[in-house]
Every structure is written in C-alpha cells, then in structure tokens.
Design a protein around this ligand. Structure first.
Ligand code: NAP
Length: 294
C-alpha cells in the first residue's frame, strides 16, 4: 500500500483509532479530510458521540470489535494503556492490521511489544488541552513525526505509517526508541517540569506581589509557562516512563541555573551577556520550523 501512495495513487483505507481525545480526535479529523474511513473506539460512550458529531470519526463505540477489518489502527490512549491495548487488539481483532501508537515515550512501549506489525510512533505536536473537545484540524502539519522501528519490525508497516504521517503534513524521522526518549527529555519532557516550577515560583511570592504579577503577565509568561500548565496525567506518565532521561536533563538544568545565579551574584555582566548571545544564536536551531508564537 505504501509504495502505491509514493507513486502518487492515494489509497483510501479504513483506519481505526483507539482513544478519542486530543490526539485521537485530531488524527481522525485530518484522516477523514484525506478521505480515509475512520472508525473510533473510546472508553466513554459520550466521547464517542461527540467524536462523531465533531466529524472526527465516521462511526464510534466502546467495543474494540468495532475495529475488525481496519487496515491500520492508531492507539491514542494514555501512555500506560498502550502495551495492554496492543495485545488486546491483536487478541480481539484477528487479521493482521498494522498497529501504531502516538505515545510520548517509546523505550518502555516498544521494548514490551514483540509484534512485527506494530510500529512505535510519536507525533511531536500537541496543546495543553485534553479530550475530544480539544481536537484540532491541522495539528500535525509542519510537525516532526518520529517512528521507532526495531530490527524485527515489518518494513512495509513502517512505510505505511510514514506515508500517512507525510500525508498529514508532518516531517518523518526514524530513530531508536531509547535515543528518542533521551532527545525528548531535553526538549519536551524535562521542560514540562522546568515550566511547572516556573509557574509555582511565580505563584509563591507575597500575595500582593503575586496578584500584581497575574495582572501584568503577558506573552512571555504565556509561552514559558504553557507546557507546565498542561495535562497533569500526561506529564506524570511521561515522568514515570522516561524517568532516567528526565532526571539527567533536570540535573544539568540545575547546574546551568547555579552558574547563572553565581554570575548574577558576582555581577559578571560580560559573562551573562555572552551567555544570552549564545542562547540567541542556538535557539533557532531548535525552533526554526515553528512559528514564534510557540
Ligand atoms: P487525552 O486528550 O486525554 O485523550 C486520551 C483519550 O484516551 C481519552 O479521551 C480517553 O477517552 C481515552 N481512553 C482512556 N482510557 C481508555 C481505554 N481504556 N480505552 C479506550 N480509550 C481510552 O490525551 P492525549 O493528549 O490525546 O494523549 C493521548 C496519547 O498521545 C498519550 O499516549 C500521549 O503520550 C500522546 N501524545 C500527547 C501529546 C499532547 O501534547 N497531548 C503529544 C504527543 C503525543 P474517554 O474520553 O472516552 O475517556
């Protein structure tokens, strides 16, 4: 199927989505816009009804057997449920659909699933919101989409997931699951805690000062605090499943803060200026493809 897509003949598939929240709903909106037939399963019947009403899926229900006959299934549940969900899907559905996930950690998930037709995936897109009402069209456009195959993963399954990711407008990357987890600790999972600590610091001063700060806060605080004010369940699961890499990042971050505090105390303005000149130069290498509003 993948090679025909690359030759420019876009195949219409029946795609299943398990977990109709921000990610699952957003995938459904875009996949339906690409003319795929999308069937969804979620935990709550009310979520399924809203997903149909919002146009994220053609049909939805709470029973996994609904996904029989799907060519490919995205597992978009919370991180801790991905491994049991993949084995439940295999047991329930029969056939040989490609199964992929979108979870933010890959090492523990990919290491626990010995299945040639499972492709670990992680679209690097999201918002601070959760649930079906938070689903957005175009969420994956311009974003990186990581796939983490192992030596035993079926190459055709990998190509199929990558073809779909490209059709969503994403840039595809392949890497080792553990290398993925180390990289995202630096630019996503660790910064959640940095940003959360910033929010707590701002809220912890004397009440009058905090009250004034709340009124004065503008775009700078909005962008630096955004991921610290996001979905707590997701932040916690990322920490539980990528603990070592996040700890490493936060320890290095604390060292940076210690150096900055020492330079401020010592009024080493030249050093501090050089530091900011360096960060001004380096930052675009990380965010060049993103809008400045992020
Ligand atoms: P979310 O908005 O909370 O959606 C998760 C959905 O999973 C919920 O709506 C819930 O559906 C459903 N669910 C929970 N238990 C289920 C079960 N047993 N069976 C079927 N469905 C179940 O969370 P999300 O942000 O989309 O995150 C989902 C996945 O995407 C996570 O693995 C996360 O790591 C990954 N991810 C998130 C982001 C981000 O920025 N948010 C970015 C990249 C990847 P009900 O409403 O029916 O209860």
């Amino acid at each position: 199927m993948g090679s025909e897509q690359r030759r420019g003949i876009r195949l219409v598939m029946r795609i299943g989505i398990v977990g109709l929240g921000l990610m699952g709903g957003s995938l459904g909106l875009d996949l339906r816009a690409l003319d795929h037939e999308v069937w969804g399963v979620s935990r709550q019947g009310t979520t399924c009804d809203r997903a149909v009403a919002r146009g994220a899926v053609d049909r939805a229900g709470t029973d996994l057997t609904l996904l029989r006959g799907c060519d490919l299934i995205f597992v978009c549940t919370p991180i801790a449920l991905v491994v049991p969900m993949v084995s439940q899907l295999r047991e329930t559905l029969g056939g040989d659909p490609v199964i992929t996930d979108v979870a933010s950690v890959k090492g523990s998930i990919v290491g626990a699933i010995a299945d040639r037709r499972f492709v670990g995936g992680h679209p690097m897109a999201g918002t601070a919101d959760q649930g079906i009402e938070a689903a957005l069209t175009g969420l994956f456009r311009g974003a990186a989409y990581v796939v983490t195959p192992t030596p035993t993963t079926d190459p055709a399954a990998v190509l199929l997931v990558e073809d779909l990711a490209r059709a969503l407008g994403s840039r595809c990357y392949r890497c080792d699951p553990v290398e993925h987890d180390q990289a995202v600790a630096l630019i996503s999972h660790g910064p959640v805690w940095v940003s959360a600590a910033l929010v707590m610091t701002a809220a912890a001063g004397d009440p009058a000062g905090v009250s004034l700060a709340k009124n004065l806060a503008s775009t700078g605080f909005a962008s630096t605090s955004r991921i610290g004010g996001g979905n707590p369940e997701l932040g916690l699961m990322m920490a539980q499943h990528n603990r070592g890499a996040i700890l490493g990042m936060l320890q290095r971050y604390r060292q940076e803060l210690d150096h900055l505090i020492a330079d401020l105390k010592g009024e080493h303005w030249d050093r501090l200026e050089a530091y900011l000149q360096q960060t001004q130069e380096i930052r675009p290498q990380f965010v060049r493809s993103l809008s400045e509003s992020i």
